[in-house]
Design a protein around this ligand. Sequence first.
Ligand code: DC
Length: 219
Amino acid sequence: MYTRIITIDGPAGAGKTTVSKLLAQKLGCIYVDTGALYRGVAFEILQQKINWEDDPVLEGFLKTLDLNFIMEANHLVLMSSGRDISGYIRTPEISMLASSSSAKPQVRSALLDIQRHIARTKDAVFEGRDMGTVVFPNASHKFFLYADLAIRAKRRFDEMPEKAKDLSRVQKEMEIRDNNDSKRITAPLKPAKDAVEIDSTFLTAEEVVEKMLGYIEKA
Ligand code: DC
């Protein structure tokens, strides 16, 4: 069956999540946050104290991994072995571990089918790092969203609970993640050749969505 897939890639804090949700709402389709899957892997690595840098250990662990999304109202909830783990995957520790463990090709290939399976039956906006380059090279529309590092860090900082706030730490960690995600050998963060690049530094999420809709409607 043919489904319409729209991909949005880009670094952390560029506004991908807000924009993807809004765009999916406007188009009447679902929105899939693929970073949640990599966070789910990191969550289980921590829970089970897995030595993920050891390839045979990592491969054994990935065979037992049971991650999937279930549909709730109009959004997807991340489940691990039947348990909703979406409330536990947004910590700075998990962000860093998701970034480093996602460089492993074994981790990436374990998550590939889950992502493509969703796209088989549903129109969707997929956000991530390698949506347009690797997972959905034939997507209907591809976007790459970026913004200045200081602005991205400030946006993330503003979303944080009061007691966790530390702007310089947020910015430093974001820089490390950007570096990991774009320098890795397998599926690095980069725009697909046919992606429309949008700089969101001086744009609101609504303005970015308007621009995207302009490209989608023109096609
Ligand atoms: O989108 P996010 O910040 O929740 O993603 C967390 C990490 O997961 C990110 O630093 C790199 C990895 N990731 C990836 O490698 N590929 C994706 N498609 C999505 C996320």
